[in-house]
Design a protein around this ligand. Structure first.
Ligand code: BJW
Length: 250
């Protein structure tokens, strides 16, 4: 393993433009469950069609609202782990680093990463069904209904989490930026994603087609492992600090 850690550190230390694509696995060591892992994954216990689609929300808004409130509480209690911190430290050490995350927990920002694209939104932010956005829990305080209603004057549409559900488009500008950065990078570090959800899962292929070197950190093989030049098999909170330590020793 130390040999692979050295190889990864070597590639990263020479990166001119690094993109780091993360998924639920990076936050697992912060106590936030992943989606597709057997037994513990959220989708092993809950039906994504009922909880993570607009149709599911329209059919049972209270169920979906309460589930996201439960997950929001988990996120609010969580702290960034050693993996998030190592990623933030890379931004300090290397010339040009961008984090593209599928996660909605905001932990990269909390760890100190400054350039973060959130592909699937943020669980701490809300919008109403008529499109009034950028609402926080403070804007909704004092409402008894679940979900609350839009506080915008004269609106009163139902409020939902500002996350991207299945069948919904990602924010166009965020996706365009992520695609452009993936195409332009010379190294992509992929951490903790199964690589099954589109369009996020296409980004590593865009980097690979542009001849970027690909490093993957994941205890398991993913849909993206075949294009990885280096696969570090293990938890991000353990392996990323080891990679960082080798870069720091140079
Ligand atoms: C560790 C670890 C440790 C564990 N360290 N690693 C083309 C083909 C087929 C289907 C589609 C397609 N284009 C679009 C679709 C439909 C759909 C899709 O991709 N479906 C697939 C599942 C088949 N995509 C969409 O609907 C997207 N919208 C879209 O494309 O709009 C246009 C369109 C619409 C309709 C048709 C066609 C086009 C939107 C996708 C939105 C995803 N939303 C969610 C929920 C967000 C809100 C919330 O949090 O509730 O996003 S679903 C969920 O999956 C969440 C995640 O961000 C996303 C990705 O999951 P991730 O991060 O990879 O987690 P896991 O659990 O899968 O993997 C964790 C990994 O960590 C594992 O590999 C572990 O081994 C590893 N790990 N411990 C490091 N310590």
């Amino acid at each position: 393993m130390q040999n692979l850690v050295q190889q990864a550190a070597d590639i990263l230390a020479h990166a001119r433009r690094l993109v780091i694509l993360t998924g639920a696995g990076i936050s697992k060591e912060s106590g936030i469950p992943t989606f597709r892992e057997a037994q513990q994954g959220l989708w092993a216990q809950h039906d994504p069609q009922r909880l993570a689609t607009l149709q599911g929300f329209l059919a049972n808004p209270t169920l979906v609202w309460d589930w996201y409130q439960f997950r929001l509480r988990l996120v609010e209690q969580a702290q960034p782990n050693a993996g998030h911190r190592a990623i933030a430290a890379l931004e300090q050490r290397l010339p040009d680093v961008e984090v593209i995350t599928q996660n909605v927990d905001g932990l990269h920002g909390q760890a100190g990463s400054r350039r973060v694209l959130e592909l699937h939104g943020n669980i701490r932010r809300f919008k109403c069904l008529r499109g009034h956005g950028n609402l926080t829990m403070a804007d909704l305080a004092g409402q008894a209904s679940a979900p609350p209603l839009c506080p915008h004057p004269g609106c009163k549409a139902k409020v939902r989490p500002d996350v991207v559900w299945f069948g919904e488009n990602l924010d166009y500008r965020v996706l365009q930026q992520a695609a452009a950065d993936s195409e332009a990078c010379d190294v992509m570090l992929i951490v903790g994603t199964s690589g099954v959800v589109q369009p996020a899962a296409s980004l590593p292929y865009q980097a690979w087609k542009s001849r970027a070197r690909i490093i993957e950190v994941n205890p398991e093989k993913s849909e993206l492992s075949d294009i990885a030049h280096v696969h570090l098999s293990g938890p991000a909170g353990e392996l990323l600090p080891r990679v960082l330590a080798v870069i720091g020793d140079r």
